[in-house]
Every structure is written in C-alpha cells, then in structure tokens.
Design a protein around this ligand. Sequence first.
Ligand SMILES: [Zn+2]
Length: 229
Amino acid sequence: MAKGQKGRKMYQLLNLFSNIPNINDYNWYGGAPHKSLWKRMFSLYPINLAKNGSLMLLNYDLLLKLWEKNLLTSIFYKKHNKLYLCKDDQLVTNSSIDQIQLLTHARLTTSPREVVQIKVHTLGGTPVYSKITYGKNNSVDCIKGLMQKIQTIIHHTKTQGQNIVEIQINHTHPSLDFIANEGDNLKFILNGLGKQDCITGAQLCQFIDYPLTISAITPGQLTYSKTWS
Ligand SMILES: [Zn+2]
C-alpha cells in the first residue's frame, strides 16, 4: 500500500472511532460489556443514544420480566407461549448449549468476528455439525458458499443412514443487545437477524428439501431465529 493510501486509511479509521461514544460515559446496571463489542457495534451501525444515559444488557430472563410488566408489547409478541420479535417474526430464545459453544469461537473479548456452523437435525435426535467457518464481515456467508456446505453436510448425513428433519445455520452476531433508559422512554437496541440474513434464508430454502432455520446468536446468549419451509 502506498504511503498516501496508508495515511488516508488511518484518517478513515480515526474518523470512524471518533463516532464511538465512551462506554464509561454511561451508567451500566449490572455491569458494562467488553469494549471490543461496544466498539464493533458502533463502527457497524449508527446508534443514536442520549449522553450519560442508563443502559442495561439484555438476556432472555430480563426480556420475560419486561414482557410481564407490559413493556415489550410494541416490539415483541407472544404466540403459543413463545416470544417473537415483530420485525420479520423472529423467534427469540435462550441460546442452546451448542450455540453458546459457537460463541466461544467469536473472540468476543478481543477482536469479535462472525462464525458460522451448519447443524443438521435428524430424526434419530443426534445432530450432525459442519466445521466452523470464520468470517470477517457481518454477513452469514456468500449464498453460493453456504449452499455448497449445506449440500456436503446433507450428503454426509445421508451416507450415515440418518433421516434429516431440518437444516439450521447458526451464526454469531458479536454485538450487544441492551436497553437504554432515556427519561420516560425505554429504547431497545437489538441485534437480531438482519435484512441480508432474511434474504439468504429466502433464497437458500428454494434449493433445500428440508425446513431451513437461520439463527443469530448474540453475546448475551439470546438467539434470534427464522424458519423457511
Ligand atoms: Zn446475521
């Protein structure tokens, strides 16, 4: 890289980081998150937060408590006793043990990254997993690459004599889910499936003979899922 380009790159980086508020300027109920996640989130998405506000990281138990207090009704709904995000009808759950295990590969405390693993649910109950793919950006993977991986693992599962009931693409969203208390206003910053995740699901399901679920797993061990069948 030429010297001038290097300088420009550094200037862009400095510009980027100057938009990141200081994590210590906020009052964190229950403790502050890792700075690496805070920085990554603000470098990817524009988030409008009042200065010196009170913030609290979200987990599933807290969501349920807020639901009981009628504080979630404009953003979430319940169906068959399950919690859904209104945006794109995403099922919200506690992360499962294998999803929490996947989070350990996402370098949450140093240099957060997206990681992807395909899980094949079988009739016998024992799942089959693909190798973990390590991503750099914030999209699950290119559709062509994912399709190849899914075909490979379907073939592998069938040759083991197992019947497939569902394909699930687990991937990490290494950002933060939290609530901001801004006076009378409770603001939710959520980290669920994005537009590209939903486009990927809608396109991939056309080529797969089984229900397809895409799940985003966040550091608060919240999982957002959507199924195409
Ligand atoms: Zn995603």
